[in-house]
Design a protein around this ligand. Structure first.
Ligand SMILES: *Cc1c(COP(=O)(O)O)cnc(C)c1O
Length: 499
């Protein structure tokens, strides 16, 4: 990035349309250059704690600085502290794809700078969102009751964590109304209970704490060998809680657990929810994207019984963070739980009842134009392009899975239903940890771990936009040669010295 020294006293601030144009073009070039050369960088090389701050002055500048100097610090100050999530060798946690289309959508949203809390504060912000989320219902073959033309509808949240909280608050509202009707007393005095599996994301327990349900009333149901919730244990817990006089209210089923991508049996869970009038939320944060492909529609099984269903386009789908889609079967339940209408927000469109005011579907009042990036991505990739992306990643996972299966030193911890391959070294946790260290010390790849039924697991999460079969093959070569070396020389792996 060009950095010519300008005198700090010269008039270079703030930007005007002309200087914004120049700086903006330079920044777009910088992003494209970064992406083009990203593979040549080590995926995750962390500086010492405090190293980034040490390069920044103690106090904010008194006089404005030239934008060229500010942008130049992306290279000098920011880059040394960046973990390259867009790297083709990114196999850690989950894919956090940020496509060019999505970056442009984000930029357009910032450029417009609108607030979309009410339909009337920017009609396009609401209508494009509603429309695109209806598109997704069709594209992912989700139940029609999530369409805005019926009683339900979709809304963009920042994260799956917020989606869970919003769903839980609506569930709490329903449960307390139910308790009042059925028994002639309010829900006060009865403790509401939320259920999820012990493999569910931590955001479910966090939502329960935030919603005042409390940790003691979150039941973490044990899972089977594949990591799926054991429905008979859920049923038993619900019965036990009812017998104790508690108020079972909410179940969150996970489609694609964070640890090993396990699929809860949503149909069976739904049966229990119907029998006991429990709110069924489905968390398909990463794996929901697979529903673009017909052959992977097991991820939407049982969705027609869900009160709410969410997934994160900001993971596997190439929409940059933040972007979570939450669909509800009955939007009135959401609005009942979340709507407060102060005088200063009253307007004719709202009073007419003909518009959606998304402020009533979320926790904050303000909201940004998130739908633009989703719309840009859907249109530029096309459904065909998105399906090809998903199928490509799943095929890479299958190939790696087959190689792991045929390697005597490695064990496949669970079958990979989609794009996450979970393995362990047969020699035990120490050997698995050593393998993780070797892979992450190599520079070309980055993987993460979890613990499953007590065992340390090396997770290979495949889904970065830049990843090709060759990258996964190279990772497989490194994994297998080191796993075998570990066996033949009692785990004194030669490649370990590369760290
Ligand atoms: C990643 C993940 C989450 C949390 O996602 P956020 O959008 O960061 O809140 C929740 N559930 C599952 C299953 C996940 O994989």
């Amino acid at each position: 990035m060009p950095s010519h020294d300008e005198s700090p006293t010269s008039q270079h601030h703030p930007l005007n349309a002309e200087t914004f144009r120049r700086a903006g073009h330079a920044l777009i070039d910088w992003i494209a250059d970064y992406r083009e050369t990203i593979a040549s960088r080590p995926v995750a090389q962390l500086p010492h704690p405090g190293a980034i701050r040490a390069k920044i002055p103690t106090h904010a500048p008194e006089h404005g600085e030239p934008i060229t100097r500010i942008l130049a610090d992306l290279d000098t100050i920011v880059m040394p502290g960046i973990v390259h999530w867009q790297h083709p060798g990114w196999f850690a946690y989950f894919p956090a794809n940020s496509s060019y289309e999505s970056i442009l959508g984000e930029l357009a949203s910032a450029g417009l700078g609108v607030q979309g809390m009410l339909w009337s504060t920017s009609p396009a912000c609401t209508e494009i969102e509603t429309h695109v989320l209806d598109w997704l219902v069709h594209a992912m073959a989700l139940p029609e009751r999530f369409l805005s033309s019926g009683a339900g509808g979709g809304v963009l949240q920042d994260t799956a964590s917020s989606a869970a909280l919003v769903a839980l608050v609506a569930a709490r509202e329903r449960a307390s109304a139910f308790a009042t009707d059925a028994r002639g007393v309010g829900a006060f005095g009865r403790s509401m209970v939320a259920y999820t599996s012990d493999q569910a994301h931590s955001s479910i327990e966090k939502a329960a704490r935030l919603a005042g349900i409390g940790k003691d009333f979150v039941r973490l149901i044990p899972v089977d060998a594949t990591g799926a919730m054991r429905v008979e244990l859920l049923e038993a817990e619900v019965a036990r809680d009812r017998a104790l006089g508690h108020l079972p209210a909410f179940v969150s089923a996970t489609v694609g657990t964070t640890g090993v991508n396990a699929m809860d049996p949503v149909e069976d869970i739904a049966r229990i929810c119907r029998a006991h009038n429990l709110w069924l939320h489905v968390d398909a944060a990463m794996s929901g994207t697979a529903a673009f492909c017909e052959e992977f529609r097991f991820v939407t099984a049982g969705a027609s019984h869900a009160d709410s269903w969410c997934f994160n386009p900001h993971k596997w789908m190439p929409v940059n963070f933040d972007c979570d889609v939450l669909w509800v079967a009955d939007r009135a339940e959401l609005v009942r739980a979340l709507s407060v209408l102060p005088e200063y927000l009253r307007n004719a469109a709202t009073e007419s009842g003909k518009v959606i005011d998304y402020r009533d579907w979320q926790i904050p009042l303000g909201r940004r134009f998130r739908a633009l990036k989703l719309w840009f991505v859907l249109r530029s990739f096309g459904l065909e392009g998105l399906r090809a992306l998903v199928r490509g990643h799943v095929a890479m996972a299958r190939e790696l899975e087959a190689r792991v299966r045929s390697c005597d030193a490695l064990e496949l911890v669970v079958d990979a239903p989609l794009n996450l391959v979970c393995m362990a070294h047969r020699a035990g946790d120490e050997a698995t940890q050593r393998l993780i260290n070797v892979v992450n010390g190599d520079g070309r790849f980055f993987v993460s771990h979890c613990r499953f039924h007590g065992k340390l697991v090396l997770r290979v999460s495949i889904g970065a936009l830049a990843t090709t079969p060759e990258h996964v093959r190279a990772l497989g070569d490194l994994l297998i040669s080191n796993a075998n070396a570990c066996v033949s020389s009692s785990c004194a792996s030669p490649a370990e010295s590369t760290r």
